[in-house]
Write a protein that binds this ligand. Structure first.
Ligand code: SF4
Length: 198
């Protein structure tokens, strides 16, 4: 890694800014930042925040959502988890805990305010940026539309970026209601991923 990225990764892994916030959640967990980037990455996956499984395993998208995301991207596990090719930078690096309905709490804003400017500057140019879910799309694309409308406008962001819905099982009904996603967007996404990984 470059010195700046190495320094950032080391400081991020030690970050405990949200310790009190997480201690007050039902899971009462401690921060465990999932840090996954290296110089030269061609593909950026900008998502929301780790879920509980990823918090326990320490590897991003090491869960059923990740399996679906890898299939959308057309990537095998080795390439997906190769940090020198794929950088995975969520809006918050730690599992935020559950809300009253059992869904994940929003990514704490303090995380992006503390880390993102320096991190994206140090990471430099990435050939393809994939924005997964509304939090990442609002932050990176500056859109104020909902996920469906933003993803429906995916062609507006080519060739450098593509917005995706979250690959969670919770969105299975969304996928059924929006067949254009699999029919039109996914073939282009896979072709762009192949191009940048060559
Ligand atoms: S979510 Fe971000 S700011 Fe909060 S403890 Fe984890 S790394 Fe630090």
């Amino acid at each position: 890694m470059t010195d700046r990225l190495t320094d950032l990764a080391t400081r991020l892994e030690a970050c405990r800014l949200c310790a009190d916030r997480f201690a007050a959640t039902k899971t009462q967990h401690t921060p465990r930042p999932v840090v996954w980037f290296a110089p030269g990455a061609r593909l950026l996956i900008a998502g929301q925040a780790p879920g509980l499984k990823v918090h326990e395993r320490g590897r991003p998208f090491d869960d059923p959502s990740g399996k679906r995301l890898r299939s959308w991207l057309g990537l095998d596990e080795e390439t997906f988890w190769d940090r020198s090719r794929t950088a995975i930078v969520p809006m918050a690096f730690c599992f935020p805990g559950y809300d009253a309905k059992g869904g994940d709490l929003p990514p704490p804003r303090v995380c992006r305010d503390t880390w993102h400017d320096a991190l994206f500057e140090a990471l430099g140019e990435v050939r393809l940026r994939v924005y997964v879910g509304g939090y990442a799309q609002r932050y990176h694309l500056g859109v104020r539309t909902g996920v469906t409308e933003t993803v429906r406008g995916w062609r507006d962001h080519l060739p450098g970026a593509i917005p995706l819905p979250h690959p969670s099982w919770r969105n299975t009904a969304w996928l059924k209601r929006n067949p254009w996603f699999e029919d039109e967007l996914l073939p282009v996404l896979r072709a762009r991923v192949r191009e940048v990984m060559e």
